[in-house]
Design a protein. Structure first.
Length: 175
């Protein structure tokens, strides 16, 4: 009976560790491959990018973009937006520069101001629905504290059976 409980416990803690690692990779690890991760906070691009999704953005050369592509750009300050290109406008003063007129899929009209190419962060490559809620939550208190506590508990749970195990604690193990 004890071995069944211990095996079940080991499976449970292993699943928790795997989930923690997968979450860490989804939130942070993808940056090693050149992706930036953003949480979708508004419904302007629904149903393509639902609210609460994580959107993975890869840097692109502005000259490779076409009408119909989705782009992620800095609107101002810390505001980041993902909208679809509806028109590409060459800059008359700087021929190497481009401006992009954009529109959210769920919006009735185009955005008021075109986006200069130096504000483009990249092009969305894929999206994971709902994971953005978790990412947004654990980036601010009290979510940060809860994430750290859960991590500590998972580590403790994975070592707990060894602490209370009588197996392997013979007299030969004393240094």
């Amino acid at each position: 009976m004890k071995s069944v409980i211990q095996k079940s416990w080991n499976i449970f803690t292993s699943i928790l560790v795997v989930l923690a690692v997968l979450t860490a990779v989804a939130l942070v690890g993808v940056r090693l491959f050149g992706f930036q991760v953003y949480t979708v906070l508004s419904g302007s691009m629904e149903p393509e990018y639902p609210v609460g999704s994580l959107i993975y953005v890869k840097a692109v050369d502005a000259h490779d973009l076409r009408v119909g592509d989705d782009i992620t750009f800095r609107l101002g300050g810390n505001t980041v937006v993902t909208h679809r290109i509806t028109e590409i406008i060459p800059d008359k003063e700087k021929p190497q520069s481009l401006w992009f007129r954009t529109k959210g899929l769920a919006n009735e009209s185009e955005d008021a101001n075109p986006v200069p190419d130096d504000k483009i962060l990249g092009k969305p490559m894929f999206v994971i629905p709902y994971l953005g809620y978790l990412a947004y939550y654990i980036q601010r208190p009290p979510g940060v504290y809860i994430a750290v506590a859960v991590g500590a508990i998972v580590l403790l749970l994975s070592f707990l059976p060894e602490l209370f195990s009588k197996e392997g604690k013979g007299e030969d193990d004393i240094l």
